[in-house]
Design a protein around this ligand. Structure first.
Ligand code: ZN
Length: 242
């Protein structure tokens, strides 16, 4: 089975459509959270995601913010403005979808979470020490995470004391061996200075990970954000990938 693994779509409908088109025939779509937040088309992204085959999705911190589950006073002013705008936009179907998202899902040999298996919604997995600890918090061979918006692979093999870290080469197939924690990078707001939409294809039989990047029409999204009155900083960062 070929599973498309995407995360941090952030209401970027243009990027999501491009990724779905580029990934072409997949048997399943696994989304690691933050479907909404920052971007201009939250309802449309949720509706399109719901149409995908064997779709699974977990709860991200921005999805939780949309549901008013977080204290917005901890957000910076622009982030708060963005969340408040989103809350005025979400329709009943979107709210129902977000309300029913689990924090963690096991599917075959994989575990899906937004942040980390230890703290599914909020932990940023950025270093090998945190990754090492997190290998004790899931039972499957592979854990797929989002949240940092950075494509990265942490791996640990039997008798290893510490996890290692690698960035898979773009548009190449990497053969996996248990165990690994892998981030496919962000579809809707990449932060590794590469503005192209990021995603991966996980082949469950071949146990391969194909990490891919694809260009999309960033300007169109920026115009949509301007029309919605969203913060300039969030508009500008899309073209720089930061
Ligand atoms: Zn995010």
């Amino acid at each position: 089975m070929r599973a498309l693994v995407i995360t941090d779509i952030h209401a970027n409908l243009v990027a999501l459509k491009k990724v779905l088109e580029d990934a072409a025939d997949v048997d399943a779509v696994w989304c690691l959270g933050d479907v909404v937040g920052y971007g201009p088309k939250p309802n449309e992204c949720i509706a399109l995601l719901k149409e995908q085959p064997n779709m699974l999705c977990v709860l991200g911190n921005h999805d939780a913010a949309a549901l008013n589950l977080l204290d917005l006073s901890t957000f910076n002013p622009e982030a708060r403005q963005s969340v408040e705008w989103m809350q005025t936009q979400l329709n009943a179907e979107s709210l129902e979808f977000l309300e029913n998202l689990p924090e963690m899902v096991d599917v075959g040999q994989a575990t899906l979470v937004h942040g980390s298996p230890r703290h599914p919604v909020f932990e940023y997995l950025l270093d090998t020490r945190a990754a090492t600890d997190n290998f004790n918090h899931f039972e499957t061979d592979y854990c797929f995470v989002g949240h940092t918006h950075l494509p990265v692979m942490f791996y640990i093999h039997e008798d290893d004391y510490m996890a290692g870290l690698t960035i898979p080469p773009v548009n190449m197939v990497t053969h996996l061996s248990p165990r690994a924690i892998i981030n496919p990078g962000s579809t809707g707001q990449p932060r590794d200075r590469d503005p192209r939409a990021s995603y991966a294809i996980f082949d469950t039989e071949a146990e391969t990970w194909e990490y891919r990047r694809v260009n999309y029409d960033i300007e169109t999204v920026q115009h949509m954000m301007e029309d919605a009155g969203l913060p300039e900083r969030h508009i500008l960062r899309l073209q720089g990938g930061w």
